[in-house]
Design a protein around this ligand. Structure first.
Ligand code: NAP
Ligand code: ZN
Length: 349
């Protein structure tokens, strides 16, 4: 089917309208009209080819809310008119131990990404959610619970699951002490989700100016990483730190904030990091870990959790023609806290 999106045609180039073909739905496919799509910092990394994975023309977008307009003959869970969602993955091998375990994001054969992925059947390059329509196999389509505000739910599909998954992996609940570094799209979701799970939450920031914001989002306190005395006082005070900083950065100041057996989980920077001192790891049995998005079942669990607990991101709605301006602002951390594109603003030519 013919559709329209906004695409980058070359590395670091501005996004422009782009007409392209989506596949006709296969028997197990769901075809949807995209209603809303969030802008993740990863979209910007991909357009700038920071990770060497870019394929152009590239229609980014992996925080997708849509409405079903057609289904293939084998589709059982969805019908025309249903509200659905798609995150960072659109397929995986489905037979390896990780896929069978509901951890498609860890597929041994690599999961197929929503954009810049290679379709497992016809080899075509996948294109993301900054587009009018999307065709995705049923198993990678999620149900949007009725009570979730559609206009705000899109960022849950990446920022939400990427922070929910480590909170669940490390069994966060009442009495847990969680630190969050980097109060952006992922960071503000980490705060809201950890608070909803009953944790005591500390936002760790470079600047004291974030205190009121951190508290408004539900955090118990702000710890200023440049305040030596405050950092000293906070030694051994956290069980889990979720680090969302999108660039290479020094984690040495954060490690001693962890208590014995605590974990610093990196979800932001993908790639080289500066050296770190192993002594606080050895002497405190502390760990540095990483975590990529989450599996399909866990993503559905997260959507259901957010619907039940009314956990939603703070969004700034934009029209598709504002996307390049939004990228410039995201670069400067000038957004509270996620841009969401109202896809009704994208008209078929
Ligand atoms: P974002 O909205 O831009 O937020 C990043 C935050 O990090 C900023 O708001 C800022 O918060 C802080 N920050 C920015 N530059 C910094 C610097 N130079 N030093 C220290 N802190 C800095 O980005 P996002 O969408 O949350 O994404 C964050 C990162 O996660 C990106 O690299 C993205 O690619 C990655 N990501 C990973 C996964 C995964 O599966 N693991 C999934 C999605 C995204 P403060 O003002 O509080 O310092
Ligand atoms: Zn993302």
């Amino acid at each position: 089917m013919r559709t329209i999106g906004y695409a980058a045609n070359a590395k670091s180039s501005p996004l422009k309208p782009h007409v392209f073909e989506r596949r006709e739905p296969r028997p197990n496919d769901v075809c949807m009209e995209v209603l809303y799509c969030g802008i993740c910092h990863s979209d910007m990394h991909m357009v700038n080819d920071d990770w060497g994975m870019a394929i152009f023309p590239m229609v980014p977008g992996h925080e997708i809310i849509g409405r079903v307009i057609a289904v293939g003959s084998d589709v059982k869970k969805y019908k025309v008119g249903d509200n659905v969602a798609v995150g960072c993955l659109v397929d995986s091998c489905m037979v390896c131990d990780q896929c069978r375990n509901g951890e498609e994001q860890l597929c041994r054969e690599w999961a197929t990404l929503t954009y810049c992925g290679c379709d497992r059947i016809d080899g075509s390059i996948t294109q993301g959610g900054y587009s009018k329509h999307l065709v995705v196999r049923e198993e990678f389509t999620l149900k949007v619970p009725d009570s979730l505000d559609l206009s705000k739910a899109a960022p849950l599909l990446c920022a939400g699951i990427t922070t929910y998954s480590p909170l669940r992996t490390w069994n966060i609940g009442p009495g847990s002490r969680v630190g969050v570094v980097g109060l952006g799209g992922l960071g503000h979701m980490a705060v809201k989700l950890a608070v909803a799970m009953g944790a005591d939450v500390t936002v760790i920031s470079r600047s004291a100016s974030r205190e009121a914001e951190a508290k408004r989002l539900g955090a118990d306190r702000l710890l200023v990483s440049t305040d030596k005395a405050a950092m000293e006082q906070a030694l051994n005070s956290l069980d889990l730190i979720i680090d969302t900083v999108p660039v290479k950065h020094d984690v040495n100041p954060y490690i001693p904030l962890l208590d014995i057996d605590g974990t610093l989980c990196i979800v932001g920077q993908v790639g080289p990091m500066p050296e770190f001192d192993s002594s606080p790891l050895l002497f405190g049995r502390r760990r540095i870990a990483g975590s990529p998005i989450g599996g399909i079942a866990e993503t559905q669990e997260m959507l259901n959790f957010c619907a039940k607990r009314n956990v939603l991101p703070d969004c700034e709605m934009i029209t598709i023609d504002q996307v390049n301006e939004a990228y410039k602002r995201l670069e400067k951390s000038d957004v509270k806290y996620r841009f969401v594109i109202d896809m009704a603003s994208l008209k078929m030519a």
